[in-house]
Write a protein that binds this ligand. Structure first.
Ligand code: 3PY
Ligand code: MG
Length: 250
């Protein structure tokens, strides 16, 4: 577990990451040595199993903190991601305060929450059990995704939930929830994103967003977004392959 990631998140450091979707530990290792501040391991979309996620974490940690986006907001997915050694979790589609409170509870050991206690990679398979259990609540980042119109409507009460370390906006799901899937530049979608940004900045909650490339993410950095994910493994591979070929064919 990376002892600095949650601290850096809370103090508002600029943390630039990328999304890992492929079950290829070599790619996670390569990214982890490329200067990213964190890796967003995507257990929600795509084909990563829990075993795949553990292999990605083994390749990328400790040199690069890894946060796992869990498949769904369930106790089991959250505890398993943390037990295989994630530095934090990203919970998708958190649309109201009750869901946010449950996510925090499942990610934190008592007395803060209700996380169940197991022995797995995070606990050094038992060898570092005591140290891990003492530090886990302090070091585990809990990030929720605001990516639905209902979440935007409930943003004030969601941010009232104690234990939310960061908000990661999902522009694509947000646009879908407004009947405009993928239309992230639509004025109404942008208006909702701005509502969430203002609410997070006002309360000094770390805010992040996904952009497909550097050009998409650069303006967000200027607007105070600190937890950003730029591109993903598949996009980068595809873009590089097409660029090399087009250079040879022109
Ligand atoms: C979305 O845009 O819906 C996302 O979840 C981005 O990560
Ligand atoms: Mg999403």
């Amino acid at each position: 577990m990376n002892l600095d990631f949650r601290k850096r998140l809370l103090q508002g450091d600029l943390l630039t990451g990328t999304i890992v979707t492929l079950s290829c530990p070599q790619i996670a290792e390569l990214f982890s040595r490329s200067g990213f501040d964190w890796l967003f391991i995507d257990g929600e979309h795509g084909c990563l199993s829990l075993g795949d996620i553990q292999l990605l974490l083994q390749a990328a940690q400790p040199q690069c903190p890894c946060v796992v986006r869990v498949a769904a907001n369930h106790e089991v997915t959250i505890k398993q991601a943390l037990d295989v050694g994630a530095d934090g979790i990203i919970a998708p589609l958190v649309n109201d305060a009750d869901t946010a409170a449950r996510v925090v509870a499942w990610a934190k050991y008592p007395p803060l929450g209700k996380r169940s206690v197991g022995i797995a990679r995070a606990q050094g398979y038992g060898a570092s059990f005591a140290e891990y259990v003492i530090r886990a609540n302090e070091d585990t980042a809990v990030i929720i995704q605001v990516e639905h119109v209902d979440a935007v409507a409930n943003i004030a009460s969601i941010l009232d939930v104690s234990g939310i370390d960061g908000v990661f906006i999902g522009p694509y799901d947000l646009s879908a929830s407004m009947g405009k899937p993928g239309n992230i530049h639509d004025a109404d979608v942008q208006h909702h994103i701005e509502t969430v940004r203002q609410a997070c900045l006002k309360r000094r909650v770390a805010l992040g967003i996904f952009g497909v490339d550097a050009a998409a993410v650069a303006p967000f950095i200027k607007q105070g977004y600190t937890l950003n994910a730029v591109g993903m493994d598949t996009l980068m591979l595809g873009q590089s392959a097409r660029r090399v070929l087009s250079e040879l064919k022109t």
